[in-house]
Design a protein around this ligand. Structure first.
Ligand code: ZN
Length: 412
């Protein structure tokens, strides 16, 4: 798939400290240590509905990872998928008497527009599951051949499952106990109740064709891939193993990222698949997590259609810490609009206080597990002084504008 287009990232003078991020698998805040090319995979949308603020917050968090690495002189190889074939998409298409292909294309197009408006830097590879089916089927074939996967003894639907005992480390990514894993598996698309599996947690790799469902020919038989292995194939084939960051929302930690890691490790024999597993917090509304099932979604496209400046949406979402679950309040948008106006006024002045300390603080806070509340406060302090006409550095407004653009992704 074509990704969206990118706004140029201005250079910022000076050097950046290494980025530290919280890693779910070790429960520690640790430095990332990418090579010349940093490698990041972030799980993409299932395109059956428009981008809501929870999605946007997740992609903004990993956009900051991308920006901080670039600022540190790294090339960033960023890959994102689109789950353009999966149960929720098919169910929505049936409910709305829509064609699942058309629905997926329409919502993916809207997602691209939202990402571009929010100035999220595009992935180098933006890959739909449908276009990746041959490589996914090939990977499942290898897992079967190695004994890490098995066919269910079901004469009608001999689906292929991953055996969780194929790696010794299964469970390390989320750190959950078996009881929690079983519960989350049932809640998040797994089928722990299905008879005939070696272990109730074993995850679907290849679903044989059912009447009325889309299916593709492969050496495994006509069918379609499971969700987790889709990401494994897309990531491994473009980024290799031991990638720097595997990212997504916190609801992907289990089962999705646990199985993504286990599939990759069973195939390659290399542990861990990712050096950091990073999970963004959820955005709630009226005291509850924003989710399709609750119907309490605030869509980015709706806010844009109402005339809200996407930079205010971006700033509002960045005003909270990326890992914390937080509640969306309309007052956050009003506050972000006021901040945006103040920053724009300050950076439009012909001079201001020296910018070097502010830029250094901005970098230090972002490098510290993307501490955006304090990074924003540093810019607030500079803007307040500039508007009081303190400081006579003619270069400073331009330096701050470039740093806010490059590091926070906010165009002033
Ligand atoms: Zn994924």
């Amino acid at each position: 798939m074509l990704p969206w287009s990118s706004a140029p990232v201005p250079p910022v003078a000076g050097s950046a400290p290494p980025l530290r991020l919280f890693d779910t698998s070790t429960g520690e805040l640790r430095p990332t240590a990418p090579g010349a090319t940093a490698r990041m995979y972030v799980c993409g949308i299932t395109p059956y509905d428009a981008t809501h603020l929870g999605h946007a917050a997740t992609y903004l968090a990993f956009d900051l990872v991308n920006r901080v690495w670039r600022d540190g002189g790294h090339d960033v190889h960023y890959v994102q998928n689109v789950t353009d074939i999966d149960e929720p998409l098919l169910e929505r298409a049936i409910r709305d008497h829509d064609d699942w292909v058309v629905l997926g294309m329409r919502e993916t197009a809207l997602f691209r527009e939202d990402m571009e408006a929010l100035r999220v830097l595009p992935p180098r590879h933006f890959i739909g599951a449908v276009e990746a089916i041959p490589e996914i089927a090939e990977l499942v074939g290898k897992l079967l051949a190695s004994g890490a996967a098995y066919r269910l003894d079901d004469p009608e639907f001999p689906d292929v499952y991953f055996d969780i005992s194929a790696t010794r480390e299964f469970g390390y990514e989320s750190g959950y106990d078996t009881e929690t894993m079983l519960r989350l598996s049932g809640e998040r698309g797994g089928d722990p109740e299905r008879p005939g599996k070696r272990n109730p947690l074993d995850a679907l790799l290849w679903r044989m064709a059912r009447e009325g469902e889309p299916a593709w020919d492969s050496d495994l038989g006509r069918g379609r891939p499971g969700w987790h292995v889709e990401c494994t194939a897309i990531a491994l084939n473009r980024l290799g193993t031991q990638i720097d960051v595997q990212g997504g929302g916190s609801d992907l930690s289990f089962p999705h990222h646990e199985f993504g890691a286990a599939h990759a490790e069973a195939l390659t024999g290399v542990h861990p698949f990712a050096r950091h597993y990073c999970h963004a917090g959820m955005i709630g509304l009226d005291g509850e997590k924003m989710s399709k099932s609750r119907g309490n979604l605030v869509f980015v496209s709706r806010l844009r259609a109402d005339g809200v400046d996407p930079m205010a949406i971006r700033l509002a979402l960045l005003s909270g810490h990326w890992r914390s679950d937080r509640i969306w309040e309309p007052s956050m948008l009003a506050e972000a609009e006021a901040r945006l106006a103040a920053w724009r006024e300050a950076t439009a002045l012909d001079s201001g206080p020296d910018a070097s300390d502010t830029v250094a603080r901005l970098r230090t806070h972002l490098a510290d597990d993307l501490d955006t509340p304090n990074a924003i406060a540093a810019v607030d302090a500079w803007a307040a002084e500039a508007r009081e006409r303190r400081g006579r550095d003619a270069e400073a407004p331009g330096v701050i504008r470039a740093a806010v653009d490059a590091l926070l992704g906010v165009a002033l």
